[in-house]
Design a protein around this ligand. Structure first.
Ligand SMILES: Cc1ncc(C[n+]2csc(CCOP(=O)(O)OP(=O)(O)O)c2C)c(N)n1
Ligand SMILES: [Mg+2]
Length: 549
């Protein structure tokens, strides 16, 4: 009889599914599983905080469009994953998390690091289960991966008790699911009569817009959406997560006319995005009350009763967009909406010119918008840009465009501070040939800043730019409790960890510092440019809560 341990079985299952990378922090009872995964050629990236590991897995998933895997040791190690998993839940990102746990046989005895990890994970994941018998490890891991990408994607959790990982089972008795198909997606088509209804509404429209979100990217539907927009001439607006579906300098993109477009539209096609606070819940005053609304979503709960829509099409974005393209062929031509695009184009240019002149300021301390301009004009067109913070996040959102899908990540719908550096590292691991640039607030950087060390140890070079405004958010009046952090020399901290570091106080010095930093990154070394910015500069943004930070 050939025997195999639970740990070996778990690693073998990952290998057979085709997983090649994971993020982890070592510790019992996971060590044998980790070793078995390394022995099978998987790349394991050990991090300095499990939260960052979960965030790296999240970014890895977003950039590669494959589930990202992270692992924690029992008790605190696993519980440290939760903020990263909650962020993935709210951002709908497929993250698979494994947590080592105290032995099943000792549950309830006060075992070392014993706590009900599944119960803790349930509300921060879409699926959380425990393996009770090593023979079932392949089946449970297969289920975890399939759950993460089925329907609306999201994080899942699998609890691996010590005695299950150390259990020895007869290899011949292991039942293997068809792991070659674990990562295949279902592509449900939309009801063709609803597709026809949608096109009939569009035929009557004069001022249509598309609102799209990350569902389009998970579905791999960006090419079809691009085709639909070009063949019909409909302007598009995306969620922050869904940026880059259409290059933002495309003639049909009018970024700065967003508020007017949503208010004045008479037809709105909502594709692969929730109508949550990001789009004012799809209601007035953000979105015109008279507009006809068509929704395409994979999640029945999302487009069910109670949500505003005239036509609800349940299905995969890629499948349904293909149906819409077919149905609209020759019936909707771009010339039809020429006047609408010209109107939005005029608003866009006017606002863009005003914004551009604000970005020129050479005030000292440096205005965050000036910093954004310098970064915008410096980075590659196909750079992956990650932004984390509040003021700097809003300034960057409004001023730095994105030209490709899966090339823009930020604090997300959950508004999680600390994602910036881990997201940058996860993105670079997923797409190593791209320039990865992280713009970080000084406060949010502090949360996972030690991942600079991970970037050095694992040769994951990224360019980090910090807006050092002396604390959390802006403080125009000087009365915010707990806001002040001082002007930390993060560049020196970075150097001490083996990174290239730059400190900048004058606007004209930003560009040369970025050039030196990028040269270091090109040579394989993470670089950090620490830029002192104006603590009073407050970004304006649509108010989405009465209790803003
Ligand atoms: C994990 C977490 N803690 C606290 C907050 C509350 N919060 C929202 S924005 C913000 C300030 C961000 O400051 P910083 O990163 O320095 O960027 P800045 O706004 O100064 O540009 C804080 C503390 C949060 N969203 N997430
Ligand atoms: Mg700050």
């Amino acid at each position: 009889m050939t025997t195999i341990t639970g740990s070996e079985l778990a690693a073998e299952t990952l290998k057979r599914i085709g997983v090649d990378t994971f993020f982890f922090l070592m510790g019992g009872p996971m060590n044998n599983l980790l070793k078995a995964a390394f022995n099978r050629g998987l790349r394991g990236i050990d991090v300095r905080h499990e939260q960052a590991g979960a965030m790296m897995a999240h970014a890895y998933a977003r950039v590669s469009n494959r589930p990202g895997l992270c692992m924690g040791a029992s008790g605190p190690g696993t519980i440290n994953l939760t903020t990263g998993l909650a962020t993935a839940l709210v951002d709908c990102s497929p993250v698979v998390a494994f947590g080592g746990a105290s032995p099943l046989s000792e549950f309830g005895t006060g075992a070392f690091q014993e706590i009900d990890q599944v119960a803790i994970m349930r509300p921060v994941t879409k699926w959380a289960e425990r393996v009770y018998d090593a023979l079932r490890i392949p089946e449970m891991i297969d289920a975890a991966f399939r759950q993460s990408i089925s329907g609306r994607p999201g994080p899942v959790y699998l609890d691996l008790p010590a005695d299950v990982l150390y259990q020895e089972v007869d290899f011949d008795k292991v039942r293997w699911p068809d792991l070659g198909r674990t990562l295949q997606r279902a592509r449900p088509q939309g009801d063709s009569s609803l597709v026809e209804e949608a096109i009939a509404l569009l035929e009557k429209a004069e001022r249509p817009v598309v609102l799209s979100g990350s569902g389009v990217l998970w579905s791999g539907a960006e090419g079809l959406l691009h085709e639909l927009l070009e063949s019909t001439g409909i302007p598009i607006y995306t969620t922050p997560q869904g940026r880059g579906v259409l290059p933002e300098d495309h003639p049909h993109a009018f970024l700065n006319a967003r508020a007017s477009a949503l208010r004045e539209a008479d037809f709105i096609l909502v594709v692969g995005t929730r109508l949550n606070y990001v789009f004012g819940n799809g209601l007035p005053p953000r979105i015109s009350a008279d507009a006809k609304m068509v929704r395409i979503d994979i999640d029945p709960a999302e487009i069910g009763a109670g949500h505003r829509a005239d036509v609800n099409i349940l299905g995969d974005c890629k499948a349904v967009l293909g149906q819409l393209i077919e149905a609209s062929r020759l019936r909707i031509v771009p010339a039809r909406f020429g006047a609408w695009r010209e109107h939005l184009g005029r608003i866009d240019i006017k606002k863009r010119e005003a914004q551009e002149s604000r970005m020129e300021t050479d005030q000292v301390p440096i205005h965050p918008l000036r910093l954004c301009r310098e970064v915008r004009d410096f980075i590659n067109r196909d750079a992956i840009l990650v932004v984390d913070g509040q003021e700097i996040l809003n300034f960057a959102r409004q001023s730095i465009p994105t030209f490709l899908p899966r090339h823009r990540l930020n604090s997300g719908t959950f508004g999680t501070m600390g994602v910036g550096l881990p997201f940058g590292l996860g993105a670079k691991v997923a797409n190593p040939t791209k320039q990865v640039v992280v713009i970080h607030g000084d406060g949010s950087f502090g949360l996972n800043g030690l991942e600079l060390d991970t970037s050095i140890r694992h040769h994951i070079p990224v360019l980090v730019v910090i807006s050092l405004n002396g604390g959390w958010t802006a403080d125009p009046v000087g009365d915010k409790v707990g806001r002040y952090l001082g002007y930390t020399r993060f560049d020196l901290m970075a150097r001490s960890l083996g990174c290239h570091g730059e400190f900048v106080e004058n606007p004209e010095d930003i560009r040369p510092a970025l050039e030196r930093a990028a040269a270091a990154v090109a040579a394989g070394q993470t670089a950090l440019v620490n830029v002192v910015t104006d603590s009073k500069a407050r970004a304006t943004t649509t108010k989405f809560t009465h209790t803003m930070t």
